[in-house]
Design a protein around this ligand. Structure first.
Ligand code: UT7
Length: 331
């Protein structure tokens, strides 16, 4: 799917992380691993892990509140909530409806999107589409996860890789039809490309679910294979978006990638010819927070002053399914 012409504007970002930090050294006491191995193979030094009372919905709500404050808006201004997650509070209803109720903006549209680590890109594209049609005026798009609750803590090949957290953005519909055909410097989502390949199911999946095992299950991954696909798929989709938008790689101010592995970030940047200084990195402190990782990184880079108004930013992600995608935005 390709979306072209100027779309929704990004008017606020926010994020939330659980208070508890788990270091590599702490994990090395539970499984046969080491700080050195984890840092060398992934770049991860620590991750945040949800504590008692913290769930995907509570983290998502905190991130949403921060994004609304950043946009100088209130929950009453929101008529669409899309929450990307692979770790919902319950099988149903959608965690987005819990967030809606916690914020107190009941009555609008609220639903979840399941595309695992690419979930935020899928949710962003869905919200953008609805905003472009006029079906909604302002949207909260949230990526929120508590992967710590679906990890096999005895499996060193997965339990060291993931963390919990949430990130959110507020999107605003283009004002007029005239704005949709805006010039290159106008703010908004410029081009988005999404893909999925269900044939790769067995490389990254959860071995449980309501309709199969009636259990929640645990994350299973063939890491080396996923790594190989990730570098190829991400470089390809980034090139597709650049071509669709008629933008060259030098025009990009910041790349905000899914944070699975520092080596994937390096390899993708190298393949595409993007300077490493232009890549926002949080994997060292957050590990892989699945759908939350892109909006978490985006919020960090906006708040610390790296991403400023007028910048051209590229978001990208790849995850279970496989699913992958990228979105070019003028902020
Ligand atoms: O978010 C969705 C997308 N996910 C990803 O993109 C993840 C992609 N994959 C990766 O990031 C990497 O493949 C991993 C970090 C998961 C693994 O790194 P790798 O360099 O591909 O290592 P490997 O799987 O080839 O394993 C190398 C060795 C193995 O031992 P042998 O067979 O060589 O004796 C593993 O058993 O490292 C061993 N190993 C570990 N050793 C210490 C695997 N996990 C650990 C561990 N600590 N935690």
């Amino acid at each position: 799917m390709t979306l072209l012409t100027r779309g929704a504007r990004l008017v606020g970002t926010g994020s939330a992380l659980p208070a508890r930090v788990v270091t590599n050294a702490e994990l090395a006491q539970r499984v046969d691993t080491s700080d050195e191995w984890i840092i060398a193979r992934t770049g991860i030094r620590q991750r945040h892990v949800a504590g008692e009372g913290e769930t995907t919905a509570t983290l998502a709500t905190d991130a949403a509140r921060a994004a609304l404050a950043d946009a100088w808006l209130t929950p009453a201004d929101i008529d669409l909530i899309i929450l990307a997650t692979a770790t919902p509070d319950n099988t149903f209803p959608a965690t987005a409806t819990k967030v809606q109720n916690a914020l107190g903006c009941n009555g609008g549209v609220a639903f979840d999107v399941a595309a695992v680590c690419s979930g935020f890109l899928y949710a962003l594209a869905t919200a953008d589409s609805l905003l472009r049609t006029g079906a909604a005026r302002r949207a909260l798009v949230i990526g929120a996860e508590t992967f710590s609750r679906i990890l096999d803590w005895e499996d060193r090949t997965t339990c060291v890789l993931f963390g919990d957290g949430a990130g959110a953005v507020v999107l605003e519909a283009p004002d007029t039809i005239g704005d949709i055909a805006a010039d290159a410097s106008a703010p908004g989502i410029i081009a988005t490309k999404l893909h999925a390949d269900g044939a790769q199911h067995d490389l990254l999946y959860v071995d449980g679910g309501p309709s199969t095992t009636q259990t929640v299950g645990h994350v299973r991954m063939k890491g080396r294979e996923v790594f190989r696909h990730a570098v190829v798929n991400l470089a390809d989709v980034l090139a597709e978006v650049l071509e669709d938008a008629d933008v060259s790689v030098e025009d990009i101010d910041w790349v905000v990638p899914h944070q699975a592995n520092a080596r994937i970030l390096d390899a993708t940047a190298r393949k595409l010819g993007i300077a490493p200084e232009k890549v926002v990195v949080t994997v060292d402190r957050h590990a892989n927070t699945s759908a939350a990782s892109v909006p978490l990184a985006l919020d960090e880079a906006r708040r610390d002053g790296r991403i400023v108004t007028g910048d051209l930013i590229m978001l990208e992600a790849m995850g279970g399914g496989f699913t992958w995608g990228a979105s070019l935005i003028r902020v």
